[in-house]
Design a protein around this ligand. Structure first.
Ligand code: FAD
Length: 394
């Protein structure tokens, strides 16, 4: 079979959530989901895996367990999109056609854009929470650190979970205090941007955390090269265009990211490479039978699973309406959330929308560090994800 009413490209957070919600409709459409991976990862856990709180296996479950009954799983990758012909090509060469398409391919990690990084990642103290393969090495580095210069980076490109690059700095600081390494250590956070966080209320709180912990933050510094054996990180000072070489004893890299190449090279892309959708309806601006959500879309909000939780019901309501030739009823306001772990047992829960104004769920000031919010992140949200969101229940 090569034609489906609805094709979902990508079975990650966005694709699985949309599939589950579509199958919950009174008259569900015929849906195929294209996803090559046999494992699905709850990536938000990787911050705590890198901090040694959970083993990495706890973030992984079989993809098959989360494909809703009734959905056809095509275990291939999309190789090319042809939206003018309502079709796409798979990595095995087959062509699939659709009436409606949902694009949810996530974000591409561009390790190779940093000179020397692929060769040294996973050794010489160079680690990253941004993949299942490298996240355990973060914890190994933190656990065995006996002093010296611990360096952390935040790139100049859009990334998923804008807070993750700094969460691991705070966990490392906390662990070094417990292990006795903190006094002999310097923590340096090189951030390509100009502020610690986009929303002022949380930025103010985080600046206080950084000052209290004695972390040195260097803005407008973008990692361009890693010399693993020499243990040197080379940064571009984006203000002066000078390069700065820094010795490290451990280096946590948040790599540059971009839209998946298969989207960049297709007619679905905006000039920035992301799928070009209306920021309120999630419908493609040129192809009305195409919708997109999550990290691969050009929705101008912070790329998180929490954002997808609010995007998915809007997408599904609008897709069902489009299929019935009705006007699109639902609107997404840019809601996103970032649980900013500030130590083992403390967390600032940032929640905001397109206006960059706080949009908090709890009846207290969420910019204060709290144990209750840490417990929510470590124990509550994973259960809500696996049992609720991916099952189409919230
Ligand atoms: P993904 O879930 O990444 O799924 C994309 C899917 O597309 C994958 O399954 C992939 O295999 C598939 N795919 C890729 N290419 C193709 C292709 N060519 N053809 C077919 N399929 C393809 N979010 C939060 O809300 N809170 C947090 O605290 C948080 N912390 C994070 C910490 C870290 C370290 C990381 C890495 C992420 C974190 N996130 C957090 C972000 C969150 O995980 C992502 O925003 C979310 O998973 C994005 O969902 P998605 O569906 O867009 O992409």
């Amino acid at each position: 079979k090569s034609h489906y009413q609805v094709v979902i490209a990508g079975g990650g957070t966005g694709g699985l959530t949309v599939a589950a919600q579509l199958m919950d409709q009174p008259n569900p459409p015929e849906v195929a989901l294209i996803e090559p991976s046999t494992v699905h990862y709850y990536q938000p856990l990787w911050t705590l895996v890198g901090g040694g709180v959970f083993p990495r296996e706890q973030s992984a479950r079989p993809e098959a367990d989360y494909i809703p009954p009734g959905v056809t799983w095509i275990k291939e990758a999309v190789k090319a999109f042809d939206p003018d012909a309502n079709s796409l090509t798979l990595s095995n060469g087959e062509t699939i056609t659709y009436d409606y398409l949902v694009v949810a391919l996530g974000i591409q990690i561009d390790w190779g854009k940093i000179k020397g990084l692929p060769e040294t990642l996973g050794k010489n103290g160079v680690c990253s929470n941004y993949s299942y393969d490298t996240v355990e090495y973060t914890w190994q580095n933190i656990r065995t650190f006996r002093g010296g210069n611990a360096v952390f980076t935040h790139p100049s490109t859009p990334i998923k979970c804008g807070g993750a690059p700094q969460k691991i700095v705070y966990l490392a600081d906390d662990y070094f205090r417990r292990s006795g390494a903190r006094q002999q250590s310097k923590l340096n956070f090189y951030h390509a941007g100009t502020a610690i966080f986009a929303v002022k209320k949380y930025a103010d709180a985080l600046n206080r955390v950084v000052a209290r912990k004695g972390i040195d933050v260097h803005y407008q510094h973008d990692l361009i090269e890693v010399r693993g054996e020499a243990r040197e990180a080379v940064f571009m000072n984006l203000a002066t265009k000078e390069t700065v070489t820094v010795h490290f004893d451990m280096l946590h890299v948040t790599p540059p990211m971009s839209a998946p190449d298969v989207i960049k090279s297709s007619k679905l892309a905006h000039t920035t490479g992301w799928v070009e959708v209306d920021k309120h309806t999630l419908q493609h601006v040129r192809y009305p039978n195409v919708f997109s959500l999550g990290d691969c879309s050009n929705l101008p909000t912070s790329k998180t699973g929490a954002a997808i939780r609010k995007q998915a019901p809007v997408l599904v309501a609008n897709l069902m309406a489009a299929m019935a030739n009705e006007t699109l009823p639902a609107t997404y306001d840019g809601y996103t959330s970032c649980p900013l772990v500030t130590g083992y047992g403390s967390l600032i829960l940032a929640e905001f929308d397109y206006t960059n104004q706080p949009k908090e769920s709890f009846p207290f000031d969420q910019s204060q560090e709290r144990y209750s919010m840490y417990a929510l992140k470590a124990y509550g949200l994973p259960a809500m994800y696996w049992n609720g969101m991916l099952r189409g229940r919230m």
